[in-house]
Design a protein around this ligand. Structure first.
Ligand code: PRP
Length: 542
């Protein structure tokens, strides 16, 4: 008896929140935070009527959902999302604000593993009467959630009303808006400008749109710039809401940044949008915003704001920093993924000229990491096709990669600069006497399966894909395919193999890309490098 008692005491003594995994610790801390803020736990089952997702496709990050037929013949789904189910069932009375938090698993496809993943989400929703006070409380709770997680954090805030207001002022056609938002999300100024022109905007309009990318930084400074750029009431109302919010967020003491190019999913967020990052994690950990329009599908007149925290991401925090990533000087190091080969060597020469050189010549050794800690720079020598992977996963902060590889991988990174180096174009090519036979699918050989599929989908032509890894030009010569989709630079390879270009459909050059979280935490270092790089590139091409 005595022993058992002592045993229990020992067990109790040993248990402390510190012994838990970061993810478990976070769920306790967030629960306490949300309960103290007057939110009630909302529990749901794992399944939902599939029809809910069919009717609200634009709300989901993917249309792929795991479905099954229930014993009574109803088509059900394993939940890909929690917010929709809460919005559907909550039913706030007029004038009432419901405050809920949840901790649930959702099931979403993962492009990388080609299967579905179980994702642990904790989140908060305020539904019904949602005015300035509720909006401010929700965003404050988002900031406080990040502050609970034990690492440096940044909360990025934007307002869809500001973006849509500018679209209205510039007369951007509805059908061009999703494409422009995508370029804004990528911080892709060069392609945004081109897309703006294609959408019918003049040079001043294109300038105004790309100007959004400059509206990012500390609240005070950015707000002042954003206010002076307002062109209509919609923009002014959004700026006023941000101004009121900035005041209350100052008190939360963290790193809140405004970034007016942050654009949530078009049809779903209509007001404030925000994303939270934690140092050491490569992706945003928290995402949220205001979604009145969706809420009004279920309860007319109601408003809604909420956010989700992706708890699984926190597992990475417990992994020790690899020795090569540690740094003894205390200086912030920029980690660059440099493609091995001609393009990488060119980029390195340029960077070395502007102060980012290393004493060690990586071409003289087989080393894959070289650095200059005094200059705050470290290079990883990687295969060109892997650059975007290193950057997306945060193993490197920035990288240089061909637009062909970047598009094929559809990596979730910022595309900050078109270096103009390594110019070529993506083409369909075929033997000189080739004629399309519309009675059957075109047989297409290529390294770039996704690019080829999306090109042919855009022209509505059915294809059979043959994936090859190189020497693509051989395929039509040997009758393996009708055409190829490949990059053409000088055209020599095509000519010498009796092929000709059928269509050119995508200009290619090397792009400077950045990890989205690194962009938050190493902003100054990245900006300094980009600025210097832009200047030398301009001088080079003069
Ligand atoms: C690329 C591309 C073409 C060639 C085009 O091949 O796949 O074959 O360059 O260049 P050109 O128009 O100047 O002739 P790469 O050298 O990358 O080798 P690969 O056959 O392994 O794709």
């Amino acid at each position: 008896m005595g022993n058992t008692q002592r045993g229990n005491e020992e067990i109790e003594m040993e248990f402390s929140l510190d012994s838990l995994q970061p993810k478990e610790r976070a769920s306790f801390a967030l629960r306490a935070l949300y309960e103290a803020a007057g939110c009630r736990k909302y529990h749901m089952g794992r399944f939902e009527e599939y029809g809910l997702y069919q009717e609200n496709r634009s709300f989901l990050s993917s249309e792929q959902v795991i479905t099954f037929t229930d014993l009574d013949g109803r088509l059900l789904a394993l939940k890909p999302d929690v917010t929709l189910s809460i919005a559907k069932t909550a039913q706030p009375a007029p004038g009432e604000t419901l405050r809920y938090y949840y901790h649930e698993n959702v099931y979403r496809p993962s492009a990388e593993s080609h299967t579905f993943q179980e994702i642990s989400q904790m989140g908060l929703e305020m539904l019904g009467a949602v005015g300035e006070a509720q909006v401010q409380q929700a965003v404050r709770l988002a900031a406080q959630s990040l502050a609970q997680l034990g690492a440096a954090w940044v909360l990025e805030v934007s307002h869809m009303g500001y973006l849509f207001g500018l679209f209205d002022a510039l007369g951007v056609p509805e059908n061009a808006r999703p494409g422009l938002l995508e370029k804004l999300r990528e911080k892709n100024a060069h392609e945004l400008r081109r897309a703006a022109q294609v959408a019918g905007l003049d040079a001043a309009g294109a300038d105004a749109l790309t100007g959004l990318l400059e509206l990012s930084g500390s609240c005070e400074e950015t707000l002042a710039k954003a206010e002076s750029a307002c062109r209509n009431d919609r923009m002014r109302a959004a700026a006023a809401e941000l101004r009121a919010l900035a005041k209350t967020l100052e008190a939360s003491g963290g790193a809140v940044r405004l970034d007016l190019s942050l654009a949530g999913e078009m049809e779903y967020y209509n007001g404030l949008v925000f994303q939270g990052y934690l140092q050491g994690l490569p992706r945003p950990l928290l995402k949220g915003g205001r979604y009145d329009l969706l809420m009004q599908k279920f309860t007319p007149g109601a408003g809604a704001i909420g956010f989700a925290v992706y708890l699984d991401e926190l597992d990475r925090l417990s992994a020790p920093t690899p020795p090569v990533q540690r740094n003894s000087t205390g200086r912030v190091m920029l980690n660059v993924a440099l493609p091995k080969g001609r393009l990488g060597d060119r980029m390195y020469d340029l960077l070395a000229r502007i102060g980012y050189g290393c004493t060690e010549d990586y071409n003289a050794t087989r080393k894959l990491v070289v650095e200059n800690s005094a200059a705050g720079i470290r290079y990883f020598l990687v295969k060109p096709s892997d650059v975007a992977i290193y950057v997306e996963h945060g193993a490197a902060d920035v990288g240089i990669v061909g637009k062909d590889i970047l598009t094929e991988a559809s990596a979730d990174v910022y595309e900050l600069l078109d270096t103009g180096l390594g110019r070529c174009r993506m083409c369909v090519a075929a033997p000189a006497d080739y004629k399309d036979d519309p009675s059957r699918p075109v047989r297409v050989a290529t390294k770039f399966v996704n690019i080829a599929k999306s090109y042919y989908a855009s022209i509505g032509r059915d294809i059979d894909i043959i994936k090859l890894n190189g020497s693509i030009e051989l395929a039509p010569i040997l009758g393996l395919s009708d055409v190829i989709v490949d990059i053409v630079e000088t055209g020599t390879t095509l000519r010498e193999n009796g092929l000709r270009v059928v269509t050119e459909f995508m200009p290619i050059s090397a792009r400077f890309i950045a990890n989205k979280a690194s962009y938050q935490f190493k902003h100054n270092e990245m900006d300094a490098m980009l600025e210097a790089l832009r200047k030398t590139l301009q001088e080079e091409t003069k």
